[in-house]
Design a protein around this ligand. Sequence first.
Ligand SMILES: N[C@@H](CCC(=O)N[C@@H](CS)C(=O)NCC(=O)O)C(=O)O
Length: 273
Amino acid sequence: MSIVRPYPKSETGWRFDETYPNATPDHLFNSRFMHQLYFRDDPAYKGKYSVPLLWDKKTNRIVNNESAEMLRWLPHAFNSILEEDPGDVEGLDFYPADLRKKIDEVTPWLTSLICSGVYKAGFVRNQDNYEKNVVPLFAALNNLEALVYANGGPYILGTKLTELDLLAYPTIVRFDTVYAQHFKTNLGMIRHDYPVLNNWLKNLYWNVEGFKESTDFKHIKENYTKSHGDINPLAITPLGPYPDVEEGYASDWSKLKPGKVAHPLVLEAQSKL
Ligand SMILES: N[C@@H](CCC(=O)N[C@@H](CS)C(=O)NCC(=O)O)C(=O)O
């Protein structure tokens, strides 16, 4: 895996620079910029130079650059060449048959109101659009808090880690450290207003292999605060809040009380979701 550095981006986009902590060179072609990989695949490429990008070393082509598709497809992509019965590959079924209906119900509002919702509120150019977008974000967070509580944890749908946890994690783990100040999504914070989501987050980050290891707060914070000149012209990265993710996971979920942001506009929006 090759890891870009989080800033600067400008119009040339992501770059490789192994002098930046925990960034790497492009291990395949030693490209300086991510866009070189897009043009290597298709010299007439006109789209975004986004990450993640999955590259096929045999055909020398891009396989996919859409994270939601990779999430659905990669866990089973190599079943045909596995020696074990694919049904026995433990822990890699994030879209299990018994939860598909529920996952399909939650995914649209989770992605549009929460995962994209922070960007919709954060990249606006005026007060009205900010308010139009920040309110439904918190209405949906109130609903997510209630959903995790109703299912009893430790994951969104209960005892199985599913696509929903993997979709929600990058947004929730960045919420307090970046979005609440940088995108002004500060009607509430996960750690102060959503005890159930905070406990869900603590569990993933501290107890579930792969989450903490793939989360780098220096990359996360500097990507936003040092590459959006119009939002943060001096590029000063706030030190807080501290710690990035709180410790002290409560394994007894029955002792938790769900929280919410009770701003009247949020409650009104929540009643219409
Ligand atoms: N649909 C894509 C969107 C990916 C995307 O927009 N990635 C952002 C980073 S999270 C990006 O690379 N943006 C281009 C940039 O910031 O230069 C996916 O979810 O995989």
